[in-house]
Write a protein of this length. Structure first.
Length: 554
């Protein structure tokens, strides 16, 4: 291993908005302070942006703080928001325009964008400043010194079979040793998860809770929607199902529309299927008019950390900092996290500069990251809605009431800090779920429409690919227990919630025995199985570098 180590000053894992903004800001700070330091960014995607998915509506102000020398016109935003409306879908056919936009959700002055395109732009800027970016490198474990301080990370070993046995072409993954490692892996980062567990960084915090967003990008006939038109929907079908969340429809240039459904994973029904809910949502006349003559261009899915202020993990430890979605920086009521991800990257960069000046990479110095965050817009935006999302875990109407009290009290509510259960704990067994399940409710729903797709169809449009020759990256911790608990009692929720048809239940015709089959090649890296599976029975691990979706404009 000693020989297979590369040394650098700063290692950033993840070329998303938080990782790239950390790199850009730190490169600028090093230059201003005449420090000659090397910054390496690695990303598991085959190219920058290939694993990036977001709505996305972006607040532009942060870009002028990150890159004061860059004019707004140079940034590849797609369109300025020209029309912003919220619709309540009251049944499967009816709707009305809400007379106001709910607090925090207004989009005046914001831009519709492809986050992948923005990241490619940021990567070019970072490269111009001397940052080295390497894509197709999957880091599978953190490196620690004798005192358990983080000292870098190691790439996944390649040339192993499905069971991890070494093959003839086995190559041990390269280690990258760094004074500071910044984890910018996005939602439920696998290294961040390891680190949080090892260092107990989540002690005393609310569990992080998530939503799953499934998004489709369509080419549509001219006149269907104008660039910059933004519609959000509440109600059908999620509200009727008792699930938190809603839909979005964004007009883009070149006669394209991006739309999707983002629903909380804290639902109880073990058969709930957000991908299918998206297809059902599209059949509502308000949504259908945007897609009925459209042609699907791309599909993808990702989870978002929605827990808010009280679910933020401790985001620094000896030798490492956590930024962006991996730490939980997202302001839920505004449905926006890109600008907070960028601010967190900038705060981590400022902290890293201090650490290099003092030549001290211990927690004692890196705790300044918290001070920078608390002085940044992150704190202001997240603190004022610190109890917002928890209320919706107790149902839509409890959530609405709680939301009202939040606004009146500036985020305090009347009960202080509200707690939540993890998303996995919310899932009930089939026996305990007393209502009609999603599976029963929509079994006979007419989905025979040209714009309604199966998961397998949509996965094709994600461009996802995985090498045959590798240790399966989706691991069931105890298959025997999985059969007796998750299949027998919960009806294997993964076969429903996975938006990429990775999990299939096979029933033996003679014995009736059920077993789980895993089509890991379909995985779009949304991490829902790692989050939502009851008893946390499934673990998502990083696959070979360059594997996974190949998003172009998501
Ligand atoms: Fe998402 Fe897990 Fe399905 Fe992959 S296997 S697409 S991470 S739910």
């Amino acid at each position: 291993m000693e020989e297979n180590i590369v040394k650098t000053d700063v290692l950033i894992i993840g070329a998303g908005p938080s990782g790239l903004s950390a790199a850009i800001h730190l490169a600028d700070l090093f230059k201003q302070n005449e420090l000659d330091k090397q910054i390496i960014v690695v990303d598991k995607g085959q190219s920058v942006g290939s694993h990036i998915l977001s709505g996305a509506i972006i607040k532009p102000k942060v870009f002028s703080e990150l890159m004061p020398d860059v004019k707004k016109e140079e940034i590849p935003f797609n369109s300025k928001v020209t029309k912003d409306a919220m619709y309540m879908l009251t049944s499967r056919t009816s709707s009305f325009k809400m007379p106001f936009t709910p607090p925090y959700m207004g989009n005046q002055g914001n831009y519709v964008a492809s986050l992948g395109e923005i990241c490619r732009f940021l990567a070019n800027k970072a490269t111009e400043k001397g940052v080295e970016i390497y894509t197709g490198f999957a880091m599978s474990e953190l490196l620690y010194d004798e005192a358990d301080n983080v000292i870098g990370a190691k790439c996944i070993d390649t040339g192993v079979d499905h069971n991890g046995e070494k093959l003839e072409n086995y190559v041990e993954g390269t280690g990258v040793q760094a004074d500071i490692t910044i984890l910018a892996e996005g939602t439920r980062g696998s290294l961040a998860k390891q680190l949080i567990k090892k260092k107990n960084l989540h002690e005393g915090k609310n569990p992080q809770i998530y939503s799953l967003g499934c998004k489709e990008l369509f080419s549509v006939p001219e006149g269907t929607i104008s660039p910059g038109e933004v519609y959000n929907t509440m109600g059908f079908p999620a509200m009727q199902d008792g699930v938190f969340g809603g839909g979005f429809i964004y007009g883009l240039t070149d006669n394209r529309v991006a739309l999707g459904l983002v629903l909380g994973l804290d639902y109880a029904d073990p058969t709930y299927d957000i991908f299918r809910a998206l297809q059902i949502w599209k059949t509502h006349p308000f949504v259908e008019k945007f897609v009925k003559e459209g042609k699907l261009l791309e599909y993808g899915a990702k989870t978002l950390p929605e827990g808010g202020f009280y679910s933020l993990t401790k985001y620094y430890t000896n030798g490492a900092m956590i930024v962006g979605d991996s730490a939980g920086f997202l302001a839920m009521p505004a449905l926006k996290g890109v600008h907070l991800a960028i601010y967190s990257g900038m705060c981590a960069a400022k902290t890293a500069l201090e650490a290099f000046k003092q030549n001290d990479f211990s927690e004692e110095t890196l705790k300044k990251y918290k001070e920078f965050v608390e002085k940044s817009p992150i704190y202001k935006e997240m603190y004022k809605c610190r109890n917002f999302r928890q209320g919706f875990s107790k149902g839509t109407f409890a959530g609405m009431f709680n939301f009202g009290t939040q606004i009146i009290t500036g985020g305090a509510g009347f009960c202080g800090k509200l707690s939540v259960k993890s998303d996995a704990e919310h899932t009930k067994t089939i026996a305990d779920f007393k209502k009609t399940t999603f599976k029963q409710k929509y079994a006979s729903y007419d989905l025979d429409k040209p714009y309604v797709f199966s998961k397998v169809d949509d996965v094709f449009y994600s461009g996802t690919l995985h090498d045959e020759e590798q240790l399966v990256h989706l691991r069931v911790k105890d298959m025997q227990k999985y059969v007796s608990e998750n299949i027998a009692k919960y009806d294997a929720p993964c076969q429903y919630y996975c938006p990429a048809e990775v999990y299939e239940i096979h029933t033996d015709r003679n014995t009736g025995h059920k077993e789980l089959r895993i089509h890991s090649e379909n995985c779009v890296h949304c991490k829902t199985c790692d989050i939502k599976e009851p008893l946390q029975a499934i673990e998502w691990n990083v696959p070979n570098g360059g594997n996974g979706p190949d998003y172009k404009n998501m």
